[in-house]
Ligand binder design. Structure first.
Ligand SMILES: Cc1cc2nc3c(=O)[nH]c(=O)nc-3n(C[C@H](O)[C@H](O)[C@H](O)COP(=O)(O)O)c2cc1C
Length: 432
């Protein structure tokens, strides 16, 4: 496929070199058009060497080929990353003051995907939001930026989505069947609520079954008492909604939750770790992705009284003996590997640091022990995470790629996790 890769003048331009590699390694023919500002961040030589094509940002270079007309007509997909606030504005207002904006105007029916990246204030500014709205109303797919650490010390929505996530969305948009042969490829559906020229909705998990556990298990002591934990289920529910919106068939294994399950998912209620284990192993048997976001009790009472334990003056205070619960995450990985099944397994870890190491040290150790594909780590304690509406996580991958931070509302974090899963899936199964 002939792809035009527009690069805007944002700090994230360097990440687009990886995106370019993903396109070329998948066999696509890519012409890079950086803006003049982009060449201050990454030089033309990098784009020429990685794409194998000459690179220009002016309509007055190689005039005999009328570059913008040729590129606009020949492109089968245009991807702009990072789409700066300025580029979004220029594209929305139809300006044609450099090679990239000229090419965008010449592109006709060619699918266009823009991946914005900028500081949160710029992204949330009404002018930028209006430009995004305008572009979407014309059929341009404008991705939501990821949340997390920005250029300075601040964080919030505005990060460039990971190159793998942009790659997956771009392939889905172009309808490239080569994205992944199995499980069924990502899908792009017109938003049925919109007019014909309305925005495209990228559904990178279309055709996939995703099992998600959420909430906190409760381990009974007697008919009225239990050992529980502070999990509210909000993060798991946000993940279920995000996976559903990404097109997946979602099974939600719900332990105790303080929030309702989202619409449009298959709900199975569980109480204890043992019930969750049984449900998870059963559901995983035909799932493409398993996300274990529930807070599962590590221990349960060794003996469960059939009647309420009485408080009596003539009897010594009861002692509760605990036994270890099975390690569900580890078992899911073992069953998958024994069956040589293609399945992505994602664990969640709630960690606290101590004198023996920081949160990431413990999380890396856990990832190693559990051998799941991704581990989403949050730091817990005091008023952090449990029951809150916001979260801040680091996503670790077994492939050893850079830890990815995500923060914001639990929906923002869920979207980042689902993006990352989509990206991992496109990497796990090589293009056909
Ligand atoms: C260090 C630095 C980082 C920048 N990062 C961004 C960014 O991430 N997003 C953005 O919209 N603008 C960013 N800008 C501002 C753009 O470079 C500026 O608006 C420029 O005019 C964009 O040009 P272009 O849209 O033609 O690429 C940054 C500027 C500097 C100096």
């Amino acid at each position: 496929m002939r792809i035009v890769l527009g690069v805007g003048g944002g700090i994230a331009a360097y990440k687009v070199a990886s995106l370019l590699r993903l396109f070329t390694e998948a066999g696509h023919d890519v012409t890079v058009i950086p803006t003049e500002a982009a060449t201050r961040f990454v030089g033309v030589a990098t784009w020429e060497a990685l794409s194998g094509h000459p690179v220009s940002n002016s309509v007055f270079d190689a005039v005999h080929t009328v570059n913008h007309v040729r590129l606009g007509h020949e492109a089968e997909l245009i991807v702009v990353a990072p789409a700066t606030a300025d580029l979004l504005a220029r594209a929305a207002s139809g300006q044609a003051d450099d090679l990239l904006t000229n090419t965008l105007l010449m592109a006709g029916d060619c699918p266009v995907l823009m991946a914005p990246a900028m500081h949160t204030e710029m992204w949330q500014h009404p002018a930028t939001q209006a430009n995004v709205e305008t572009l979407r109303s014309r059929g341009v797919t404008v991705l939501e930026p990821a949340s997390g650490r920005l250029t300075g010390a601040d964080s919030g929505p505005g990060r460039l989505p990971e190159p793998e996530a942009i790659f997956t969305a771009a392939m889905a948009l172009a309808g490239a069947s080569a994205v992944r042969s199995a499980p069924a490829g990502a899908d792009v559906e017109p938003d049925t609520g919109q007019a014909e020229a309305g925005p495209s909705v990228v559904r990178p998990l279309a055709g996939l079954t995703v099992t998600i556990s959420a909430g906190g298990t409760r381990e009974p002591l007697d008919p009225v008492r239990f050992l529980g934990n502070r999990s509210s289920g909000k993060q798991g529910v946000a993940l279920a909604a995000a996976a559903r919106d990404a097109g997946a068939r979602v099974r939600l294994l719900a332990a105790h939750m303080e929030v309702p399950a989202p619409d449009g998912v298959e709900l199975l209620r569980v109480e204890t770790a043992l019930e969750l284990r049984k449900a998870a192993l059963h559901a995983a048997a035909d799932s493409d992705v398993v996300i274990m976001a529930a807070a599962v009790a590590d221990f349960r009472p060794a003996d469960v009284s059939g009647t309420k334990i009485k408080k009596r003056d003539d009897v010594a205070d009861p002692v509760i003996n605990l036994v270890r619960n099975p390690d569900i995450l580890r078992e899911l990985v073992e069953v998958r590997d024994a069956a040589s099944r293609t399945q992505l397994i994602v664990g969640f870890a709630a960690e606290t640091g101590d004198a023996g190491g920081d949160v990431l040290d413990y999380a890396r150790d856990k990832l190693h022990r559990k051998a799941c594909d991704l581990l989403v780590v949050n730091q817990v304690g005091r008023d952090k995470v449990f029951g809150e509406d916001t979260n801040s996580v680091v996503i670790l991958s077994r492939t050893g790629s850079e830890p990815q931070e995500a923060s914001g509302s639990k929906s923002d974090v869920a979207a980042a996790v689902i993006d990352r899963i989509s990206a991992e899936l496109s990497r796990v199964v090589p293009p056909a």
